[in-house]
Write a new protein. Structure first.
Lengths: 430, 430
């Protein structure tokens, strides 16, 4: 997992020379990264006391660059960033369709531009052309950009033979209420960062680089807890107030790579070290959910709200005792409890890495929140990950009456680009 | 300004006893705040190294509670929180109309419930009734809740005689494209926090407390830079990439209180220490804006993009030389430059405290971003603050062709509640 690590960007200290901006006719320009390096050092010298002092000063006073801003994810890694990277506070999902007349050549040029932009922005540099300055003064803030290809991409580029079987459309589920206009797409981009302006800056820069080659099909915004807002040694919470993701496979698991990533020798060859992303906009029917007592909610899930521990006892990571009964002989974890149904060992070892963002797009009429989960599940093979899991949920999950799947996408996310390479090059220039 | 200060919540250390949850029949319960106190201490012991180590660990690993999470704004203060409080990373604006049949009595009970809830949540406690657990494990994260009354509130509650003249409807401006359904409202609530789940938790808790007394009229979401993402000693940036708020009055200014707050002896008496909020949803026409060169953008604003300094030289806070001409005899800061028009000393001393959130509600058709600024301006008197300023802008601001005012509200925000009091009590129980 070392290739996914983030940490303070120390490169300015070792390469302090001005960087020439290739997009500028006026010659050498101070890079944003260099400015940050200097300023960041000051922030670090101030230390914890500096944070507090800055915060209690006048409105809009400067706060030191902390690890939140300085942390940086790497672009040229074995697996694309944004899969095992820690959850970020802000996320954007955006899908594009290739424009009429655009084919393989235009797609290749687009992925090259996008990869270059992603690498620059993830390093805290401005975009190569006409940077909007929206991220100026900010650190990389753990920005990640992740690129994927949808089923329809391959026919439009004459690459049907390279289309993975794993991209075959997901089966219909009885609980689906899918909006086609917010589903699928030729190309998918996931953006995450711990600063909302850094994330928006990347979103706009990538949209602009699409130029005439591709047009926006749909776009969604999400969020997670801000690093530092909690100290609890616990998985994320969702907008239902539940601890979410407890059973996620861990990178330290022996079979993690096998379950989440296509092997280096996998098929098709261009997907080596890649993964498949299932994206679902899952609306939470919060008004209904919140009418339940906490006790009733816990029986829907099978876990305690307070700490995510199984109803059969222990802590968050304690194994669930599926056979345990109460004094009346009833199962403590009901048969239709969400956590029972989704247990990997009850699903032939099916495992997905859930890496979601919550969403809240305001209120519908009468104050009903348009909120829920941008569910993003990563796996080596959707037919052995999401599909069997969702089939089981579809048949008997107690949670299903409180959620609604409103949009869906399935994308092939190739491995990370090597130095000098762009994401998808092994597909587009095969 | 001491009444607005935030800082680590140290109270758990001095009051470690379990707190009885008045909403629970099962007796004493550990308060969220107490749990946080313990866990927070651990985080602080780990210090800076702990932050980095936590961050580079496996996905969703715990990060220590930093000042970002521990910082707390006070509820019982002279001026309501959320006016001079430093900008927060996440914000919600929500307006309510009283329900049919609800009058002064129901409004008073609602404000009492809301004040109680705001005080609890700002301290990191759960809501009194049926807490959703969405903010569980998180620190207060500088949460603020601010309450205001709109023009229509007073007739509905039989309090016309108490309605401030300052609440008279804003004049029409030629650049207005206002959506009435997203404008005004009987009651207005502003929520800000540095954690998105803490902010959403408060939004839902306050919505739930409205019960049958009031229904949601409109709701908007916004964001600012996350504390720690930048170390630059500079004002916030907006989605146009401009430094925004440079000329904001400072709490250290001699006339700050006079310009921003109604005096203790002001009229009407219930507005003592209060302020007026002008709220405008200002859409930015980013596709048009970003077609301009940075040079052209700087001439629209009159300031440099890089650092917000006037085009006439110096740094961000250097006074603008309004008379300076270039070699051709042209004014360096054009006559219609936004920064020239909005200068307080060109507007009879009119001054507003701008405390905005950016917004981004996805894309319209064809990939046009629905994004801009939730402009929130604070002043002692809108007729000497926002109105003359906006009139001048309306006549000749070069920026006006790149923005569109889509919604508008004007709210009377009373002073902070004393201990034992609720916000607005001096109006509703006069």
């Amino acid at each position: 997992m070392t290739d996914q690590q983030t940490g303070p960007d120390t490169s300015p200290a070792t390469s302090p020379a001005p960087v020439t901006d290739p997009g500028s006719a006026s010659g050498p320009a101070l890079s944003r990264r260099r400015l940050l390096g200097t300023a960041g050092a000051t922030g670090l010298v101030l230390g914890g006391a500096g944070v507090a002092a800055g915060y209690t000063a006048a409105p809009a006073a400067a706060t030191p660059l902390t690890s939140l801003g300085a942390d940086r994810a790497m672009f040229h890694v074995k697996h694309q960033p944004g899969i095992t990277t820690p959850l970020q506070a802000r996320g954007h999902l955006i899908a594009f369709d290739l424009a009429a007349g655009a084919g393989r050549k235009e797609a290749a040029a687009l992925l090259r531009r996008w990869s270059d932009t992603a690498e620059r922005l993830m390093a805290g540099e401005p975009a190569a052309h006409d940077d909007t300055d929206v991220a100026r003064d900010a650190g990389p803030s753990s920005l990640t950009v992740t690129f994927g290809f949808g089923h329809s991409f391959f026919a439009r580029t004459g690459l049907e033979k390279q289309r993975p079987v794993a991209l075959d459309p997901l089966p219909d589920f009885s609980s689906d209420h899918l909006d086609k206009n917010r589903s699928n797409g030729d190309l998918w981009v996931q953006i995450g960062a711990n600063d909302a302006l850094v994330a928006f800056h990347a979103l706009r820069a990538l949209q602009k680089e699409a130029g005439s080659a591709a047009r926006v099909r749909w776009q969604m915004n999400g969020f997670n807890r801000t690093p530092g807002a909690t100290s609890h040694p616990m998985t994320a919470r969702n907008l239902m107030g539940q601890v979410d993701g407890t059973r996620n496979p861990k990178p330290s698991d022996d079979d993690f790579d096998k379950r989440i990533f296509v092997p280096a020798s996998g098929e098709p060859a261009w997907m080596a070290n890649g993964s498949y992303a299932v994206v679902r906009r899952i609306r939470m029917l919060l008004d209904d959910w919140e009418k339940l007592s906490a006790h009733a909610q816990e029986h829907v899930i099978g876990r305690r709200k307070a700490d995510g521990a199984p109803l059969t006892g222990g802590g968050e990571t304690t194994a669930m005792d599926l056979e345990k009964t109460d004094a009346d002989g009833n199962l403590v974890v009901p048969l239709n409890a969400h956590a029972r149904i989704t247990r990997p060992d009850q699903n032939g070892g099916a495992a997905i890495l859930r890496r979601p963002f919550s969403f809240h797009d305001g209120f519908d009429g009468d104050g009903v929140p348009d909120a829920g989960l941008l569910f993003i599940a990563w796996q080596a093979d959707p037919l052995r990950g999401f599909v069997p899991l969702q089939r089981k949920l579809d048949r008997g999950d107690a949670l299903s009456q409180f959620i609604r799947h409103e949009a869906s996408g399935l994308f092939a996310v190739p491995g990370g680009a090597a130095k000098g390479e762009y994401v998808g090059q092994r597909l587009l220039e095969a």
